[in-house]
Design a protein around this ligand. Structure first.
Ligand SMILES: Nc1ncnc2c1ncn2[C@@H]1O[C@H](COP(=O)(O)OP(=O)(O)OP(=O)(O)O)[C@@H](O)[C@H]1O
Ligand SMILES: Nc1ncnc2c1ncn2[C@@H]1O[C@H](COP(=O)(O)OP(=O)(O)OP(=O)(O)O)[C@@H](O)[C@H]1O
Ligand SMILES: [Mg+2]
Ligand SMILES: [Mg+2]
Lengths: 225, 225
């Protein structure tokens, strides 16, 4: 389902080149659940952004559901993201002027759902992350972990097949983090493909496979059940 | 050194009242190292913001180094923060238009240091968090964990006596997180008082004391060596 070959991502900073990704070849099967680990700055978010069609590689190939992503224009990428991908950002990226419920409804409106359906689906996912009593708060009126949970709810509202989660429990206490992992586990058993960046071993253990990155490269891959 | 009595923090949302802090009485001795834990939304960041003089309680008393903080005006609070407090924010709060080095130099300029001294001190703390090769990047050109480390460096640049850290390792891999904890441990042994919010048990174990919050109240306190 997801295949990248010799992918690089370079940033030119004056006379220097930062090699955020330095030649990555990977493939993920449909319905698999991967933990992506590695030191700070090793390229995990960059990899996730490219897989989530939010960024394009400097070189290399990305095949997603048999489509060569480089051949798709920005509108087609945007369409794939809206319909098939749920992205949980490391820094949440909530819209500060919108309430919690509006932040989660937004992708549903873009998908063409009417107001009532959008409101219903948004309320359902917010209930799953236990934020039903914060629906009309703005992001600045929430705790860090509550903002993280809004980001999680928003990513799941469009029932995506492909979930990309960048440190989804980084701001959550252990108990709430476990609830989120139970939720992701349940979605994975429904057949969804999940790629999750995490630095916590107990969280990584919920995934069936794991890979470690270092300096923009894959250092090791661990299969499993 | 730090004493709060019956502190509350309420937010009025329409007809509802959110009790972020619901009657907190605590005292922290000079040179102690506390871990503050509790579920998402239990009031940890709110408590830290009040202790760091970034926010005022709705009611209750806050005595800091024998001063009644309620009696100080905003300029005096700002002065205390600049000279004595190092605050590491849960969401970093870096200035996006400034580079890494400029973000860390800023408080040093405000303290009256000249350009050369500020540049030197900033470089030193950035070296401690291993970001010497990112000095001229802007925050958007950094990974999440690198942004967190800039926030840490900035909080330590003015050599504060009182360090308030809100999830300082939330975006760091285990090895880098341990380095930061070694750094905080060393500062604590120099006599600095450290209050650290964390949800990770291994991180909390670096502190001599811990307290757990729930629903804006203190649920339990654990002393120790
Ligand atoms: N400006 C505000 N208006 C209304 N409610 C607020 C506001 N700021 C915070 N809150 C609420 O106060 C409560 C405590 O927030 P706080 O940020 O202190 O929690 P926390 O313990 O740090 O949580 P986390 O572990 O998720 O970071 C939360 O339930 C939050 O929704
Ligand atoms: N716009 C940019 N310009 C220059 N360098 C960048 C840019 N964005 C990211 N980088 C660099 O690319 C490298 C990889 O960043 P990335 O965000 O993928 O790391 P990460 O593994 O997610 O780290 P963390 O665990 O800290 O979140 C980092 O060293 C970072 O400084
Ligand atoms: Mg990252
Ligand atoms: Mg918080």
């Amino acid at each position: 389902i997801v295949q990248i070959t010799d992918v690089t991502k370079h940033y030119r900073m004056g006379s220097e080149v930062v090699r955020a990704l330095d030649g990555i070849t990977l493939s993920f099967e449909q319905g698999s659940f991967w933990a992506i680990m590695g030191p700070s700055g090793s390229g995990k978010s960059t990899l996730l952004n490219i897989l989530g069609c939010l960024d394009r590689p400097t070189s290399g190939k990305y095949i997603l559901a048999s489509k060569d992503v480089a051949q798709l224009d920005d509108d087609e990428l945007s369409d794939i993201r809206l319909k098939h991908i749920g992205f949980i950002f490391q820094s949440f990226n909530l819209i500060p002027q919108l309430t919690v419920r509006q932040n989660v409804e937004l992708p549903l409106f873009y998908l063409g759902n009417d107001e009532q359906t959008s409101a219903e689906k948004a309320r359902k996912t917010l209930d799953l992350v236990e934020l039903s009593d914060r629906l009309d708060h703005k992001p600045t009126e929430l705790s860090g972990g509550q903002q993280q949970r809004v980001a999680i709810a928003r990513s799941l509202a469009n029932d995506p097949d492909f979930i990309l989660a960048d440190e989804p429990t980084g701001n959550l206490d252990t108990a709430t983090g476990q609830q989120i992992m139970d939720l992701l586990g349940a979605l994975n058993r429904q057949g969804k493909t999940i790629l999750m960046v995490t630095h916590e071993k107990e969280i990584a253990e919920h995934a069936g496979h794991s890979l470690h990155m270092r300096d923009g490269k894959i250092e090791s891959i661990r299969g499993g059940t």
